[in-house]
Every structure is written in structure tokens, then in C-alpha cells.
Design a protein around this ligand. Sequence first.
Ligand code: ARG
Length: 464
Amino acid sequence: MQDKTVKKPWGGRFLEDPDRVVETLTQSIQYDVKLYKQDIKGSVAHCEMLVKQGVLRPEEGERIVEALLEIEREIEEGVFQPSPSLEDVHMNIEARLIEKVGPLGGKLHTARSRNDQVVLDERLYLREEVRGIVEGIRCLQKALVERAREHLDAIMPGFTHLQHAQPVRLAFHLLAYVEMLERDRERFLDCLKRVNECPLGAGALAGTSLPIDREWVSKKLGFSRVLANAMDAVSDRDFILEFLSHAAIAMVHLSRMAGELVLWSSPEFSFVELPDSCCTGSSIMPQKKNPDVAELVRGKTGRVVGNLVSLLVVMKGLPLAYNRDLQEDKEPLFDTVDTLKMSLKAMSHLYTKLQFNVDEMEKRAREGFTNATDLADYLVKKGVPFREAHRMAGRLVAYCLDKGCTLEDLSLEEMRGACPMVEGDIYKVLDIKYGVDSRTSGGGTAREQVDERLKAWEDRLRDI
Ligand code: ARG
């Protein structure tokens, strides 16, 4: 019988080539070529398992592995040009293998489907990338901790509602981000447990009748366990969703930090001077120095949040098991990985190089009655119920606003007009530095508290 079937790896039951538009729609090679290393690593392990199980002869296995490693080099050197007509990275590599070793290449796909192959590649890829992201977080934490140590005694206004609230240490403010980033790091490490499970051997959806050894291949590839249900293994992408949601949260943290630097570098704040190397100018206004790096980190948060939503929508309502919709998981995943890695680097760079205008910060910390709570607490210590102390201090603030002065500018007599129990020691209490150091409660702004937490971080980050 003459073979008139389509010349594609899956062409046996087809008599017509796909239309151009179909080829354009179905191909994913332009982005999934990124997975070539993982694909080859997975194929080598699969091939070795087939040899061990007696499905392939040792010399067949050796020839296939050798050719796969050659293909890896060809891709690295740009000699091998993958073709969109072969859809994806898996079929491009397999076709090249067959070109190299002939029909023997066709044995590699024994007891395997692209469905378990693609998710294997993704798990290998993400496992590596998560480890890199966790390191990137550590680098940013280290940059923040170093700047915090340098500015342990710098005082700045702490804000609520972006209004002056209470004075804090700059180090304390920076350490708040270190804590947030630590939770991001823990979330990533935690999702690694579920990323690092082996789908290989699931086949298309139901396993295989061939004598494979899933445990062996899983160990060989460094997975911590084998996925227990073949249908689950090929059809869920929850490990990617989990990663994308952790990445979205981390990126929101970075976006807040970046947004703050945009604000702090504005002339209205003047809390920081950004390095020239992290800014750009305007094409029309010669005086401009724009905080683009920080703005772009903030702006790119949109796509990282979008990538999570995008895959959630792809997954919603998908019947078991594999559906081609799942091919749409890759671009959101790759884009989030690249964007997050770059943003972590950019933020580390910014924090390492920027200058804090500590004099300006301290000057501003004295404005806006940031010591009013200290006055109320002082009254509480003299036996006044807090609510009453609050009112008394509030009345004095109103008096000062009227007069155009600060609380510490008032004479003892003026203060006693609203708060009769005030004594000479009040002036010491109204000093912002005293106020900052008086908050000795755990997690507060006092020097010992911040210094202790800083030391703990320095210990933890010592070997980074
Ligand atoms: N490129 C495909 C993907 O990313 C590979 C799996 C194709 N499987 C199939 N049954 N067509 O999901």
C-alpha cells in the first residue's frame, strides 16, 4: 500500500497537511524552545530507563543518548534551526534525532507521550528557576540589611495614610521589607515540594503496558517523589499556578518598594537620591532625571499579576485529562520568571547604590506632631486614662497649629493649660529620638530591638 499520509510525527491517520493558519495557531516552538535542555535531560533519563528495563538494547540507548547530546550542542551553537511545522520543542528534537540515527530515533518515544513529557520539562525548568529566585530574594534582603546597618540611627517619619504618624528608624523601615521578602522566600521554597514531583511514565493519561520503572527515572532526575495518578500528572498545572501566585505577591511587594522610591526621590520628599545609572532623562526637558527603573518594576507588576489570572482562566472548566489549552501555560510562566528575576536584580541594584538624605528625613520627622502620641503616653504614665490623654494632647496640637509652632516650642505653663499634670521632664519625652527609643516592645523602633533583629538577619545572611 502506497503511503500517502502526512509527513508529521503524528501523521499516520492524516491525508491532508494542516492549513497555514492551523500551523501558526498550534505551534509553540518560538517560546517552548526555551525548554530544550530540560527536554533533552528528560529524554536521556527516559532512554536510560528503557535500557535498564530491557526495552532498548544498550547500544541503541548509547546511540540515542549520544545523538541527543549532539542536538543539545547544535541548539546551543545556533546550528540547529527548529521548525514551526514540527510544532514544539519535543517534536523538533525527536525529528532531528531521527534525522541523525534513523528509525532507531523513533524508539525514544516508547512508553511516553508529549503529555507527560511537556509537564516533566516544565517541572525541571521551574525547579531550577525557583532556586534562582530564592537566591535573588536573598541578595535583595542582603542589600537592605546592609543599608539598614549603615543607617541604624537615622530617624525618619513613619507614615500612616501617607501622613506623618510617629518617628521611626530608617533601618526599621527597611527591615520591614526584609521580613516581607522572607515570607515570599518561604512561599517559593514551599511550592518547590510540589513542583519537584515526577510525572514521567504517566503516558498520555493512563500509564503504559510497557515495563517501565517510574521510581528509577524519578530518582535519576532528582525528583522527591513520583506523581501517584497518571491522569492528574498530565492534566493539572496547579504547581505553576502556585508559583504564579507566589510570584504575583512577591512582585506586589517589589512594586510597593519601587513606588516608594519614586515618591522618595521626588523633590517634594527628597529622602533619596537615586544613582544616575538607574535613571534616564527626558527627550525635551533637559533638567529631568526620571526614576524609570523603579517605575518599570512597579509597572511590570501588572503583567505578573495578569499572568496568574491568565492561567487561572485557562484552567477553569478544563475537563480531564490533557487538553491543548494547556499549551497556553508556558508564556505566562516564562514571562513571570523572567520579569521577577530582573526586578529582583534591579531593586538590589537600586538599594545598593542610592543615597539616603538622612538629614532631610530627620528634619521631616520633627514636623507634623509625630511626638503627640509620646505626649499622650507620658500622661498615661501619670495616671490619666488614655482616651483623656489623647484628647488633652489633641487640644495642645490644635493650640500649636493655631500658633504655628511645635509641641516642644511651648512653655510649661502653656502645656499645663491643657494638661495640668505635665512636668519639666516632658521636654525630654518630646524629643523624637527619645520617642523612637522608648518603643521597646517586641518588634518596635527602639535601638536594642532593631539592632537585635538586624544582627539576626546578618547572621542568617552571612554566607550569601
Ligand atoms: N506543546 C504541547 C503543550 O505544550 C505538548 C503536548 C501536546 N500534546 C498533545 N496531545 N497534542 O502542551
